[in-house]
Design a protein around this ligand. Structure first.
Ligand code: MN
Length: 324
């Protein structure tokens, strides 16, 4: 296990990748566009350079519909098809080993685990870490690595990088200057950014609408919670989600967080009998990554999450006590 002393520069990261005879790239469980875009961008570059490379992610090994927009998914293999041990394991967009779920055993089995991530709550669980919490997406970091490797950013790689960049910046809503400059550079390769963004962020099956109706109808506002800054929360029950993929459920919090009266928005998603995953968003006054850390999870200052057990009221009570 590494620690902060195992931090490496972008040049050292590129050199390590260049020296590897074969590379396995792992994404986090329930992959999103940032983890998969990062993995595929790196894999496409390595494949082109003649380095054997494969991408995988933990079970359930089912790619969200929106990520079918990404190129070269033939580089993605199911966990069972991975070698037992990789010479170089690159883990992208994962703040902790548990985000690899059933694939976390790959860390101990590989010669070297290189973690590339932008979560402030990263636990430095590998051997080498290129972690920069000021980067707004892991694809920003992958771009720096590809530049250090002298890789040409073609349309396929640009599509993967752009997918992670736009989704992790809320469709560039909170993009910083580095992100916007990167967006301009990637669009300059000729990719259709509007079509990609619509497919990734603004497209849902019809079943999303009745699910939203039920879930938003039970939203509650607690003006006194979160130090008086206001908390809005709702619950996604198992019975709401028939015919709706988990990625559709992930989008609920982005609607709940628009409530003007609440600094913090929370969605409790029922995973089983008294088992929940909790998504949190803040508007900037409360650091929800710190809240999530205290409750066993992690994330970013404005977007974080954790797992919890108990009744809905137990989970909300524990959350209120941390939020203040
Ligand atoms: Mn990310």
């Amino acid at each position: 296990m590494g620690d902060q002393h195992s931090t490496v520069s972008v040049e050292e990261t590129a050199a390590k990748i260049q020296a590897a005879a074969a590379v396995t790239v792992l994404c986090h469980v329930h992959p999103d566009a940032d983890t998969m875009g990062s993995a595929l961008a790196l894999a496409i570059a390595l494949h082109r350079a003649g380095t054997p490379v494969q991408v995988s992610f933990p079970e359930p090994h089912e790619l969200p519909r929106s990520l079918e927009l990404l190129p070269r998914r033939d580089l993605v293999v199911p966990p069972a098809a991975l070698p037992d041990a990789a010479e170089l394991l690159v883990v992208v967009d994962c703040s902790s080993a548990d985000r690899l779920a059933g694939l976390s055993g790959q860390i101990a089995a590989s010669d070297t685990t290189l973690v590339i991530d932008h979560h402030r709550t990263n636990t430095f669980f590998g051997d080498l870490h290129y972690v920069d919490a000021d980067a707004q997406s892991t694809t920003v970091l992958i771009t720096r690595v590809l530049d250090a490797l002298g890789v040409e950013i073609d349309a396929d790689i640009a599509t993967c990088l752009y997918a992670g960049l736009v989704t992790d910046t809320g469709g560039l809503r909170w993009a910083n200057p580095e992100s916007l400059l990167l967006a301009a550079r990637l669009l300059g390769t000729g990719i259709n950014g509007a079509e990609l963004l619509r497919g990734l962020m603004d497209t849902h099956p019809f079943a999303w609408l009745p699910m939203l109706g039920a879930v938003l109808g039970r939203a509650e506002l607690e003006p006194a919670a979160a130090c008086g800054l206001g908390l809005v929360h709702t619950v996604v029950l198992h019975t709401d989600v028939a015919g709706v993929a988990w990625e559709e459920i992930e989008s609920v919090v982005d609607i709940v967080r628009t409530s003007a009266e609440a600094e913090v928005a929370v969605v409790l998603k029922e995973q089983g009998e008294q088992r929940w995953t909790v998504s949190m968003r803040s508007k900037g006054l409360i650091n929800v990554a710190e809240v999530a850390l205290k409750l066993g999870g992690g994330g970013h200052a404005a977007a974080a999450g954790y797992s919890a057990t108990g009744t809905r009221d137990d989970v909300l009570a524990a959350l209120r006590s941390v939020l203040g």
